[in-house]
Design a protein around this ligand. Structure first.
Ligand SMILES: [Zn+2]
Ligand SMILES: [Zn+2]
Length: 313
């Protein structure tokens, strides 16, 4: 019996989009219209204009047909020295589908002594019908414990183009396996977080959804997506105790779970690989790398869910 990771299977299209972008509405250089036109020219299906502390629903280039996922970026300061913060994206559905935030609603920076003190901020995002996403943990000087201190978050950035280009950080799914190994169900997203045009168009997600914000949101909640900087993943599933990935031609395929040796396959034009998860691990995920070093990541298959499915009559 085959159990597919939620991104694979079903008839819905696999949309391409970026959930983290800055414009002149906060500290970004391009206007919202220019950013939208740029992403539309790269054939994106959706974009969230997540300027700092100001909410956006508006499409600034409706003629493109690109879906604007409502959203913003909020921040919470922790004690220094150096940069020590929590940044959260808040992405939500259409206003008429229960989104509690308003167009151009403004927010303040908050602060606290520990990450736990940011729990009310997460609650505020959730109560407005939005999904919180934990941003660029390495750039923010976070530890895995700080991510785990916020219990109602199930999405985190595992690639952030801006941080990669400016600081060489947030490019290797840092902390993700540590969080997953703790038993937390956490999905990984790639974003651009571009503040300038040349930073846009590198980290994206492919989401199994209809072309509406609420359908995209529902897919994000279920992990029905994968993250990429280029390579395509066609399937990721468990069959008879083996994990299997099928992808576009790549040079490296790697299965990951925490605290056991990883299995790497290196070669030319690799299109798939399989592995039996090690006894005792609670999840398995896969990542691939093409000949230009561009990566893609599946979301994890949680093995308890596979067992539940397999024991069903
Ligand atoms: Zn940020
Ligand atoms: Zn940002």
């Amino acid at each position: 019996m085959i159990v597919h990771q939620a991104a694979f299977g079903g008839r819905r299209p696999l949309l391409k989009g970026n959930l983290h972008c800055h414009t002149t509405r906060s500290d970004g250089l391009p206007s919202p219209e220019t950013a939208m036109l740029q992403y539309a020219s790269m054939h994106y299906d959706f974009l969230a204009l997540t300027d700092h502390r100001i909410y956006n629903y508006r499409s600034y280039a409706p003629e493109t047909g690109m879906v604007v996922v409502p959203g913003m970026e909020l921040d919470f300061s922790l004690p220094g020295p150096g940069c020590h913060v929590i940044h959260l994206l808040s992405v939500g559905p259409e206003e008429e589908k229960g989104n509690g935030f308003r167009q151009d609603q403004k927010f303040e920076t908050m602060e606290g002594a520990t990450a736990e003190e940011a729990i009310p901020l997460v609650k505020q995002i959730r109560e407005a019908g939005n999904l919180p996403i934990f941003c660029h943990p390495e750039w923010s000087g976070n530890t895995a414990e700080e991510i785990m201190a916020l219990p109602d978050i199930s999405l985190m950035e595992i690639w952030n183009t801006g941080c990669v280009q400016e600081n060489g950080l947030d490019n290797r799914a840092a902390y993700w396996d540590e969080v997953l190994c703790s038993g937390r169900k956490m999905y990984g997203i790639a974003t651009d977080d571009g503040h300038q045009l040349w930073q846009n168009g590198q980290g994206f997600i492919r989401v199994r959804a209809e072309r509406t914000p609420s359908s995209i949101l529902e897919a994000l909640r279920r992990g029905a997506f994968y993250a990429s900087c280029g390579p395509e993943i066609y399937d990721f599933y468990m069959e008879d105790g083996k994990a299997v990935i099928i992808c576009s031609p790549v040079s490296v395929i790697r299965f990951r779970h925490f605290r056991v040796p990883y299995v790497d396959l290196h070669g030319k034009g690799l299109r798939g690989h399989m592995m039996v998860p090690v006894e005792g691990t609670n999840y398995i995920r896969a990542e691939v790398e093409d000949e230009n070093g561009r990566r893609a990541w599946t979301n994890p298959i949680f093995l308890d869910e596979v067992q539940d499915t397999e024991t069903e009559p």
